[in-house]
Design a protein around this ligand. Structure first.
Ligand code: KIV
Ligand code: NA
Length: 262
């Protein structure tokens, strides 16, 4: 069955976890789809993962369109989420709409954009015009130059800022709120208070769903492994087995464990 925004809301309502993995090509799209991964994220992590660049900033709209088309050809049922690229949506709601429309025309069903409450206006603009939005808050990798590195966000007094971001974006109509690298109790509080389902990466076990970068969970990515990553290949022995183990672990709430959590 085709996964839609309605499916995601139903899963969240019933307390069943949503699974997401990044995906950049048709072969993996088919494998992930077959394993029951609900959302394939064509993330701008394709810069570091596919292209070998050292951040997500150099990834272009052209790059995204190419990889979305590849993934769309391999996926049958999964919902395809496409990242909006750095510099292609921050100027205005109009700029964001034009960019998002092209991602949907390439095969995405929803777009993800980074940024807090100030992106609420853009979010509403897209949603009112037929483009579902996943908001990405907390550690937003396109802000690496502002953050001075990839650091946990929302610690201590900073927590209220993240709560306000999540509320404003969900109120603006975001279909999902993705939180990256925030303390688990904060992610739990946000999941319990905002109306949109939440997806976590490095955000503890109490979000509506989880996401990992495919190459991280397969142990393929050569860079330093973040605390929140689990290598599912170690025990599985095959790529298909690893993806199935990830889906099962998210569904039965054994991943993420305390050791993966801030
Ligand atoms: O681009 C990406 O892979 C992402 C995930 C880390 C959420 O945005
Ligand atoms: Na991304």
């Amino acid at each position: 069955m085709k996964i839609t925004v309605n499916t995601l809301h139903k899963l969240a309502e019933e307390g069943r976890k949503i699974t997401m993995l990044t995906c950049y090509d048709a072969s993996f799209a088919s494998l992930l789809d077959e394993a029951g991964v609900e959302i394939l994220l064509v993330g701008d992590s394709l810069g570091p993962v596919m292209q070998g660049v050292d951040s997500t900033l150099p990834v272009s709209e052209e790059d995204m369109l190419y990889h979305i088309r590849c993934v769309a050809r391999g996926a049958k049922n999964a919902l395809i989420l496409g990242d909006m690229t750095f510099g292609a949506y921050q100027e205005s709601p109009q700029q964001a709409f034009a960019h998002a429309a092209r991602l949907l025309q390439a095969g995405a069903h929803m777009v993800k954009l980074e940024g807090g409450a100030y992106m609420a206006e853009t979010t509403r603009f897209l949603v009112e015009r037929g483009i579902p939005v996943c908001s990405h808050i907390g550690l937003t990798p396109q802000f690496v130059n502002m953050f001075g590195g990839y650091r946990v966000q929302g610690r201590g007094e900073d927590a209220q800022r993240i709560v306000n971001d999540a509320k404003a974006l969900a109120d603006a109509g975001a279909s999902l709120v993705l939180m990256e690298c925030v303390p688990a109790p904060l992610a739990k509080e946000i999941t319990e208070t905002v109306k949109a389902p939440t997806i976590g990466i490095g955000a503890g076990a109490d979000t509506s769903g989880q996401v990992l970068v495919l190459h991280d969970m397969l142990g393929v990515y050569p860079g330093k492994k973040a605390k929140f990553v689990k290598n599912f290949m170690e025990e599985a022995g095959s790529i298909q087995g690893a993806v199935e183990a990830y889906v099962k672990a998210v569904k039965d709430k054994t991943f993420p464990a305390a050791e993966h959590t801030y």
